[in-house]
Structures are given as C-alpha cells and as structure tokens.
Ligand binder design. Structure first.
Ligand SMILES: C[S@@+](CC[C@H](N)C(=O)[O-])C[C@H]1O[C@@H](n2cnc3c(N)ncnc32)[C@H](O)[C@@H]1O
Length: 283
C-alpha cells in the first residue's frame, strides 16, 4: 500500500465504529442527513462551514457533474450533492475511505448522486472536459507533483467550468510541527506558499477568480470546537477512529502551526478559460 494511504488507513472496522456512534447518539439511518456525519466525514479545517463556502463558490445546480479529487470519506461530495442536486464523482487513494464513503452515501440516501472511485487524483482516467466543476479539499498537502494534480483538474473540466482548491499552505512562520492530520513527518508532506500556488495554478492554465486566506477563521474554529467538547463532551465519532491516539497531538499541533503562522488555510476559486470564439480568434 502507498505510504499516504497507509497513513489514513485505520485498524479496520471504521464503518462499524461510525454506525455504533450514530446508534449511540440515537440517530436513525433512515433519516440521516449529511450534517449528522460532519464530525467524521468533513475531514478538513473548518469542516462543514468550509464545505458550504466551497459549494457557493462552485455555483453548480441540478443536473451538473462535479469531480472531487481526494474525496476522503465523502462529506464534501455528499453535502454538495444534497444541497445542489448535482452528481459528484469522488476519487481517493485510500481504499478503505472509498468503501466507507459509498456506505455513508447509502445511509444518507445519496448513492444515486455520489460515486466513489479508488485511484490517484493526478491520473483519474476520466475523459476530457466532461465535468462542470472540480474541487479538491485538503489533499495537495500529500501530493508533491501539484502541476500533475492541477493539470488533471483542467483536463477533465469543461471550458468555463470552475475549480475550487481549499488547502493547507506553507506559512512564513517556519517549519511545520509534526505530527499533523495528513502526515507523521515531512517525507509525505508537501506544502506550497500562496505565491507558489498562484504560479502553479496559472501556469497550468487556470484563471484565478479569487483567493481567500481563512487562517484567522481556522484558529477561531479550533477554539470553538475545543470549547464545545469541553461543554458537551466529544462528538460520538471523530477522526481518531482512523488516525488513532495520535489525533490529539495532531490537533494540538494544528493550533500551534496556525497560531505561529507555520501553516495557512487558503481557498482559490479558479476557472478554466472558455475557448475563444472562432470569429474572435480570426480577428
Ligand atoms: C485530509 S483528507 C481530506 C478528505 C476530503 N477531501 C475531505 O475534505 O473530507 C486527505 C485525503 O486525500 C487523499 N489523497 C492523498 N493523496 C492522494 C492522491 N494522490 N490521490 C487521491 N487521493 C489522495 C487521502 O487518501 C485522504 O483521503
């Protein structure tokens, strides 16, 4: 197994653990909504709040097709499908995540509009220009060849389609303190600065429509999550179900990395430029 997917693969029994946690919380599978799973399947900083921002930026509707590169347990894909009526294909390197994502879609009644493939986001095998939009959420931190990742997004996107990248970037405050929720140590962690990200996206061929640094909001979000846990206790199931006991230290390091500006959370809204009209091209 690839070192990255080994990092994300837990001791097994993930779907059973999620099911038991839902049962314990009195949540019936028959009426499950995407927001009931957010503590475990929105695996990125600022969770569902960030996913709602991404959905607004993608601006897709009923009948459109969206690709999620590095879809994890499928929280962003399901939330997008539930709220907009679009169809989402997710692809992820970690086989266990793909299987659990498909089961969670069954539980939320979203199997018809979400499909999960196991594979590399830099080589999806999806035909050219068939997607109305593409997103990637907290994935490129594990991918050294970001040009290959963004070139794949551009290739599968129709001209005029939108691409949203929400990722963890290298800050100016120094080296990342490990472990973090995407790596135990630097060899599988590949962070770029905001400046380099702009170069990568534009040299791939994207037009950047907007860039938003949400790092201050990310710190507030971590504080609020901690206060909620102190007040109400932990949610029934958390990322510790697959990241194990190290998750507590990873979360503490994330707060330190953000506070010391070692990492930034940034969202880029990009567009694949539309083809030039033939008459415009000839003048
Ligand atoms: C932090 S999780 C984010 C999951 C999901 N996007 C979300 O926000 O809930 C990172 C995910 O990226 C996946 N990943 C890392 N490298 C990948 C690659 N080259 N191709 C596909 N998936 C990859 C991992 O398996 C993991 O599921």
């Amino acid at each position: 197994m690839d070192r990255v997917s080994r990092f994300y693969t837990g001791p097994g029994g993930l779907i059973e653990a999620i099911g038991a946690a839902l049962d314990g919380a009195g949540l019936s599978r028959g009426s499950l909504r995407t927001m009931d799973l957010a503590a475990v399947d929105e695996f990125h900083i600022r969770g569902r709040v960030a996913t709602l921002e991404i959905i607004e930026a993608l601006s897709v509707g009923q009948g459109t097709r969206v690709l999620d590169l590095g879809s994890g347990l499928g929280g962003p894909a399901r939330t997008l499908a539930e709220l907009t009526g679009c169809t989402v294909v997710g692809i992820d390197l970690t086989p266990e995540f793909g299987a659990v994502a498909a089961e969670l879609s069954r539980w939320t009644g979203l199997s018809e509009r979400t499909t999960f493939l196991v594979g590399d986001a830099t080589r999806t095998g999806i035909p050219d220009a068939v997607m109305d939009a593409v997103m990637t959420v907290h994935v490129a931190m594990n991918i050294a060849d970001k040009l290959a990742l963004y070139a794949e997004a551009l290739r599968v996107l129709r001209p005029g389609g939108r691409f949203v990248v929400y990722d963890v970037l290298q800050g100016e405050g120094g080296d990342v303190v490990y472990p973090v929720p995407w790596a135990h140590e630097p060899s599988t962690s590949h962070l770029e600065t905001p400046e380099r990200m702009r170069q990568l996206l534009t040299s791939t061929g994207f037009a950047i429509l907007s860039e938003r640094d949400s790092s201050d909001d990310s710190l507030v979000w971590f504080r609020e999550v901690r206060e909620k846990i102190e007040r109400d206790g932990p949610p029934p199931v958390t990322f510790a179900a697959f990241l194990g006991d190290a998750f507590g230290q990873m979360a503490a390091n994330q707060v330190r990395n953000l506070a010391e500006r070692r990492i930034r959370t940034v969202m880029y809204l990009c567009e694949r430029p539309a083809r030039q009209a033939p008459e415009a091209a000839s003048t």
